[in-house]
Ligand binder design. Sequence first.
Ligand SMILES: [Zn+2]
Ligand SMILES: [Zn+2]
Length: 150
Amino acid sequence: MRTPVDSGNSTTTPCACSKRPTWSRVEDDSVMQWPVIELAEWEELRQCPDCGRHWLASWPDELEGGMILCSPEPASARRLRDIDRASTLRAYCLARLEEHLGPLKERKLECRKVGCARKRLDGSSYCIEHLIADRFGRHLAKLDAPARDR
Ligand SMILES: [Zn+2]
Ligand SMILES: [Zn+2]
């Protein structure tokens, strides 16, 4: 069986969506026109109509309400349940914390949470994972990961 192949050189031109950053706020309506593959309460799996790439549309911050578009982790994810939210939204969470705390730097002191061996961040009494858990929810923090694996 033959697969139809685009005759033009469109296959060598990367799709415009590939220039999108790992996460971005969605301010243009074009993304809202993309087909929705799967719908959940606070997130949608959408597909770029031009190249078929999957994207996670999410509302991670109930307080601020805006939709963000993220490149899913792992990139092979084709269902919402396959997406690792903590990894996918990591860059977003870090950027948001940075807006509040300035550059994210670890101090010598340990996190104030009992039993947490991670270092607290400059400007905070808590470590990065507890800050993420507190602000965005435990599902976005990597609290189970060992503290000294990096
Ligand atoms: Zn695309
Ligand atoms: Zn901690």
